[in-house]
Design a binder for this molecule. Sequence first.
Ligand SMILES: NC(=O)c1ccc[n+]([C@@H]2O[C@H](COP(=O)([O-])OP(=O)(O)OC[C@H]3O[C@@H](n4cnc5c(N)ncnc54)[C@H](OP(=O)(O)O)[C@@H]3O)[C@@H](O)[C@H]2O)c1
Length: 308
Amino acid sequence: MAESNGNSEPVFLIFGKNGWIGGLLQESLKEQGAKYHLADARLEDRAAIVADLEKYKPTHVLNAAGVTGRPNVDWCESHKLETIRANVLGCLNLADVCNERGIHMTYYGTGCIFHYDDDFPVDSGKGFKESDKPNFTGSYYSHCKAITENLIKEYPNVLTLRVRMPIVADLTYPRNFITKIIKYDKVINIPNSMTVLPELLPMSIEMAKRKLTGIMNFTNPGAISHNEILELYKEYIDPEFSWSNFTVEEQAKVIVAPRSNNLLDTERIKGEFPELLSIKDSLIKYVFEPNAQKKDEICAAVREMRGR
Ligand SMILES: NC(=O)c1ccc[n+]([C@@H]2O[C@H](COP(=O)([O-])OP(=O)(O)OC[C@H]3O[C@@H](n4cnc5c(N)ncnc54)[C@H](OP(=O)(O)O)[C@@H]3O)[C@@H](O)[C@H]2O)c1
């Protein structure tokens, strides 16, 4: 694989520059003083991808582009061809062009391709490993993501990161998993693996530098339930906060496609980064402690957002 272009400094090229994760990657690379560029190509346009690679001569591509659906993944149920074009064809296209040129590609994929079942019961502590075959294709988004993961794993230049329920410190950012469950009238209560982005995204850049390949469960170790997160919100931010739960069957009535709930095994990522915090400790360090410093402000913003 390409070491560099005449010097030893890695050069990153980000696809998905206007997206959430693409934006956070730019901040992280800037903070590290790394050299990076932003791609213009659409993923399905092979010639435009080639032009970007020739223009910027990256040693590493970070692929955070794809359709995620607005307001949520239910959009994919009624936009199947757009979902295939970006998330299957486009993603494979980019991997293929990078492979031809010996360029390492990190693909920000998803861990929402697994679901608790009789072999992996909830609360058993048994997590899905990188080698396990996806068992959740209940939504069209997850269906396509599972197909892509299964095909892209043949590429020797690609690292696939299974992101889940991504979390950031900003409790008013609508895509933040915590913001979503704070805002909903009712939430289910199931333990899940999650990705605390401020801790994990810088590690993904380091993984790219190490030229890791294959599949990586990209979550903090352990699982945390919806109620446990809301209890932390109560403890650190707003003691008056209240919420109510509903069942998965009741939830199904307010969404179009089913959602996955799972625990991912984190042996591989812990082997690379032994310092990685458990999900609860990471949430406290990266989300709740910083917000507790300005809890009045956060409380007011969240109450306004909830309209109550
Ligand atoms: N956010 C989550 O909850 C979550 C969870 C797990 C995994 N992930 C995965 O992480 C990756 C990044 O997610 P994100 O939340 O940052 O998504 P995002 O905010 O929706 O951003 C995705 C970006 O991809 C671009 N894009 C879409 N189709 C494209 C195409 N065909 N060619 C080139 N660019 C295209 C979009 O640009 P335009 O607006 O110009 O189309 C957008 O800037 C995705 O693969 C997603 O599936 C996200």
